[in-house]
Structure formats: C-alpha cells, structure tokens
Design a protein around this ligand. Structure first.
Ligand SMILES: Cc1cc2nc3c(=O)[nH]c(=O)nc-3n(C[C@H](O)[C@H](O)[C@H](O)COP(=O)(O)OP(=O)(O)OC[C@H]3O[C@@H](n4cnc5c(N)ncnc54)[C@H](O)[C@@H]3O)c2cc1C
Length: 585
C-alpha cells in the first residue's frame, strides 16, 4: 500500500506490544481489514537473527539478558521473604521469544468456566477452534508419541514432537504408568489427564524455535512495526458524554493517533501499568502514584494468578547422557552447536519434555485434607475462587490439579553448580511439580508516575493454607516418581532437596525456600463482569472507555491447567474475529 508508513502520525489501529498476542492480533487484523493501517509498537528490538532465541537448545539463555524486562516480585512473605524474578520478553515476539517451548492445552471444563464466569462465546466450543488456527502440527518420521486428535494444521506456529528424548525423559511414561497413570496420546484435545509427550513450538525443517513472529509473513503490507519504542500512556478524550482512546504517547513525548482503536498487548505484568499511567484504575493506587484518575476501574492490576512450581533434582549415573554437559564442557558445546548449524543430530535441537496431568486423588490417594484446606482457602465472595473449587472437588471435571514434568538438565532454584563447587561437571534430571489452581491472588500496580519504573508485583505465593499444602504434596509426589522404576534406576543421588528431607516440617521448609513460578502470571485485566472485578467485557473492551481493548494474558479470568501460550493465541485469534466483525463493511 505504501500509505501505511512507520513515520505516519496516525493509524487506524495501534497495537501496544509486539509480543505473543500482539503479533497474532495485528497480523489477523491486517489481513481481514486490508484498507486499514495497523501499527505495532514494540519496546524491544527485532531479535529474529539472535541464535539464543532461535536455537531450541539455547532456550533459557536469554533470561535476565538484554531481551528481558526482568520484573521481580516484592519479597514473598510465605516463601521466606524471597523475591522471585519474572522474565518477560522485551523483543519482537515478546515472551514467546524467551519461553521454554512447551505447547499444550487446558481442558474443556476450564474454558467452559471462563464462559460461565460471565463471558458468552469464550467456552471450549469457541476457544478450541481459535487455538487450533494458530498452529501447524508436524509429524516427524518414526515418532509415535502422539495420536491424531487435538492438533491443528495450516497455522503459523510450527509445533512438533521432538526426536531422541534423553533416557531420563523416556522414563516418564513407564514410571507414571507404574504409578497408575495411563499414557494419553491425544492430550491436546481438551482431555489432558494422563502421562504424555507433548509438542514443542519447534520447526522440523531446520530445528528452530517457532514463535509469534511466524505470523508476520502472513500479514498485509498495511502492518507496520515500530521497534525500540515504549508506550508511556494511552491518550484519552473525555467530557460529560464519556471517555475515548484517541492514540498513544511514547516515552519521550511523541504522540500517535489511532483513528479506530488502541489495543493493549503488553502482557499481564505491563498492560495494567499502561492503563494506570493513563489514569484508568483504582483511586487509591493512582493517587498514591500521583496520577489523576480519569476512569475509576478497581479491577486493574488485581486478580493476579500464577502456577506454583516446585522441583526435585537427581544426579544421573555417569553412563546416562544428559544435557548439562552443554553447561560445563565448552568444547563439547561448540561441537554440538556446529552439528546443529550443519543440520545434523545435535543436543541443541532437543526442546521437549514429558508430562503427567493428574487429579489429587490419583497422585496422593486420600485427598480429604487438601479438599478441606481448599474450602478454608476460598474467598466465597469471589466467583473465580468458587469456580476453581468446583473443578477441584468434582472428581469427574477432567480438569487436572497437578502437573508433573520430567525435565532435562538441572533447573532447580540454586542454578547449575558453579565451577569448583560440589556437583559441577555432573548431569542431572529435574522433576517439576505445578499446582494448577492455587487460591492465592495477588496484584501488580505502578510504583509512581515514571514509565521507566518497574511495577510492584505481589503474587502472594503460598498465601493460602491450600496452596502451601498442595505444593508440599506436589514435592512429595516428585520424590515418589523418582523412586519408582524405571526412573529410579537412572540416578545416583537426590541433589535437591536430598533424601534426608523426610518429615512434613522438612518438606515445608524446602517448599518455602524453593517455591518458584511456572512463569504464567495472568488475570490482571480480567474479562469478568465489572462488579466482579472485571476490566474488560467479553469483547475485550475496557469498561468505561471507548476504542480501547486489552488482548493478552491479562484478560484470562481464571488460570487453567496448562502452559498458557496456546490459550493466549486463542484469545488473540478470537479478538481479531470480534474486532474485524465490528469494522468490516
Ligand atoms: C521463562 C518463561 C518460560 C515460559 N515457558 C512457556 C512454555 O514453555 N509454554 C507456554 O505455553 N508458556 C510459557 N511461558 C509463558 C508464555 O510464554 C507467556 O505467558 C506468553 O508468551 C505471554 O504472552 P503475552 O502476549 O501476554 O505477553 P508478551 O508475549 O510478554 O508480550 C508483551 C509485549 O509487549 C511489549 N511491551 C510491554 N510494554 C510495552 C510498552 N509500554 N510499549 C511497547 N511495548 C511494550 C513487550 O516488550 C512484549 O514484546 C513462559 C514464560 C516465561 C517467562
């Protein structure tokens, strides 16, 4: 078109944040509305030529670096005052450029819960096809790890099962089988309970990360991206008739107009910040920060939910090959990277893991204590809590309570042992446990009027009696997995926490010192009725403001039992359909 140019002062749509959801919604709008100009404003650089991003085996190496916002929580009282860092992508693709590649899906009843919480059209019936649109499932030769149902074809994000899992990952299905969990070959079809290999966002042709930037080749030339540009706030016009978003102001003062809409896709820890800096939010938060309130919206930055994670780790027998060798042996790492570059079998192409999803009863037998604590931990006035409780107590909900992961390499909270310390030069397997529906609910708010200041993040980890006990039970179940064949025959010693940890009190201490995040913060601009703390309506429009939507993980009303990117792509796809229907003539 040529008429849509990055130097323009006005666009039809401005998308704030070129991340996971942002690039998906922007691309789909540009295709469906070819006569409109769509601008994506991304705070970070392009990054598509960065090996640390596109080599699957280098995943994790960007955390804490230049492509990461690094947003720490405030000290978490119930986690012994520890601060837990939240990594967030500050680069094209957002957090999909930094994440650990897991591609899985939550269950039918959980998406139906979103709908039942007051959001017509957001149940499984609509979310499932929207999620499938994002993906292209690739079957590799000779891989029988997945069946047929539950995967999509023809979408931009390339997903596949990964060849040659290491021995300790291969032990997953038989070990969980010996604990009574059946192999589930179609775990992405809304019924995830079982033991399963799941796809990774991995392009088979050249073994690279596939992520939200893979939407862009499908975009029209009416889509324009502005890099290294941070939005300070949304510009609002307001009078007695109401409030309307008219564009954005960048850090540095430049203003850009949006003739139709501003769409916030800054992610769950940064979209609330943009709303608050614009004067949309809770009175007390805004006045403390010295921001004049324009729209009173108490839900902004509240309802923060996340998956609780705990892990145990095992030093592998010397004859079991592991992936930590890439950390301690630079010569071997260089050889493997060279093999990867020449498209030959390499440790750097490996990007998968194997999982179990369970109800508590399957994991621990007697779940009475946990259910009792759940009843005590619920905020009965909160519909989201009541929904979580009903999924937890319904033995037939099909919504798992516990996720376990057979991870490759050392991924404990201490970090891989430094050179010269005990444990260096060894290979490890890490088992991870995730509590799927914790009851603690936190918040994220601005810390003053300066857009350069990081937000105050308080997830209140382990903040309820249920959350603490559930995390302890998760940790104990990991030990049970580790001591079950065939996994038990692969290791020589338990590195974290160490087999001396046995009593309930010892496990509690371990959990408080090591509880971590699965990096799934969400819910901070929740799609809920306003009276229930909602920030956006079922069309993702911010209450009380015309022409302003939020499209990212912030709108998720209730956390679901899966890694959340498939749900985020589904949200972006649905948002694009909703917006297009409004503007197509
Ligand atoms: C270490 C880690 C591992 C993970 N592993 C997995 C996994 O394996 N599987 C899975 O499903 N999920 C995983 N997740 C979670 C998942 O990746 C994220 O939930 C998801 O990518 C978030 O998408 P989003 O669109 O909400 O936000 P993001 O993708 O974070 O996008 C937000 C974008 O907005 C930009 N932005 C923010 N503020 C501004 C501003 N003011 N101006 C301009 N631009 C701005 C940011 O730079 C960013 O590009 C992981 C997360 C982390 C951190």
């Amino acid at each position: 078109h040529g008429r849509c140019h990055v130097e323009n002062r006005d666009f039809d749509f401005i998308i704030v944040g070129g991340g996971t959801a942002g690039l998906a919604v922007a691309t789909q709008l540009s295709r469906a509305l070819p006569y409109e100009c769509v601008l994506v404003i991304e705070a970070g650089p392009d990054g598509r030529d960065e090996p640390k991003i596109y080599v699957p085996g280098l995943r994790g190496s960007t955390l804490g670096g230049v492509y990461d916002w690094v947003l720490p929580t405030v000290p978490q009282a119930a986690a012994n005052g520890r601060t837990i860092p939240h990594n967030r992508g500050k680069v094209l693709g957002g957090t999909s450029a930094l994440n650990l590649l897991v591609w899985n899906r939550a269950t039918v009843k959980e998406f139906d819960a979103w709908e039942e919480l007051g959001n017509p059209g957001w149940g499984w019936k609509n979310m499932y096809p929207a999620m499938l649109k994002a993906e292209n499932f690739q079957r590799q030769d000779g891989i029988a790890q997945y069946g047929n149902d539950g995967v999509g074809y023809g979408g931009p994000v390339q997903v596949s099962l990964v060849e040659n899992p290491p021995a300790h990952v291969q032990a997953c299905i038989p070990t969980l089988g010996n604990l009574g969990l059946e192999n589930n070959l179609e775990s992405l079809n809304g019924h995830s309970i079982g033991a399963e290999y799941q796809p990774a966002m991995h392009r088979v042709s050249n073994h690279t990360r596939s992520y939200s930037v893979d939407y862009l080749p499908r975009a029209g030339d009416n889509l324009v991206i502005m890099f290294n540009s941070t939005v300070h706030k949304v510009n609002l016009d307001y009078d007695w008739r109401g409030t309307k978003a008219t564009g954005v102001t960048l850090v540095g003062g430049k203003e850009i107009k949006a003739k139709k809409e501003v769409i916030l896709s800054g992610g769950s820890l940064l979209s609330p910040k943009i709303l608050e800096l614009s004067g949309i939010g809770q009175k007390a938060v805004l006045s403390k920060a010295g921001i004049r309130q324009i729209v009173d919206l108490p839900g902004v930055g509240e309802n923060l939910q996340d998956h609780l994670r705990i892990q145990t780790s095992y030093e592998l027998k010397p004859e079991i090959p592991g992936l930590d060798v890439l950390k301690y042996n630079t010569t071997r790492a260089a050889i493997e990277l060279d093999l990867w570059r020449r498209s030959q079998t390499s440790l750097y192409q490996y990007s998968g893991s194997c999982y179990g999803f369970l109800k508590w009863k399957q994991a621990i037998g007697n779940d009475e204590k946990l259910l009792r604590l759940a009843h005590q931990s619920v905020d009965w006035s909160n519909p989201v809590d009541r929904k979580k409780l009903s999924l937890l107590t319904d033995a037939y909900s099909g919504a798992p309570d516990l996720e376990v992961v057979f991870g490759d390499g050392y991924i404990g909270t201490k970090g891989y042992p430094a050179k010269g310390t005990p444990g260096h030069g060894k290979n490890y397997a890490t088992l991870l446990g995730g509590v799927q529906h914790p009851f603690s609910r936190g918040s994220v708010h601005i810390n003053g009027p300066d857009p350069a200041t990081k937000p105050i993040i308080d997830p209140k980890y382990l903040g309820t009696a249920f959350d603490l006990e559930a995390t302890i039970q998760a940790a104990k179940y990991l030990r049970k997995m580790a001591t079950t064949a065939p996994f038990k025959d692969l290791w020589v010693s338990e590195f974290d926490p160490g087999l001396s940890v046995e009593t309930d009190a010892e496990w509690e201490t371990y959990v408080r010192n090591n509880v971590f995040t699965f990096f799934h913060p969400l819910g901070t601009c929740a799609m809920l009725p306003k009276k229930n703390g909602g920030v956006v309506d079922p069309e993702l429009r911010v209450y009380g403001v015309q022409s302003l939507r939020v499209v990212d993980a912030s709108v998720i009303p209730m956390i679901v039992s899966a890694h959340i990117q498939t749900a985020i792509y589904g949200i972006a796809e649905r948002a694009a359909t909703i917006i297009t229907d409004q503007y197509r003539w």
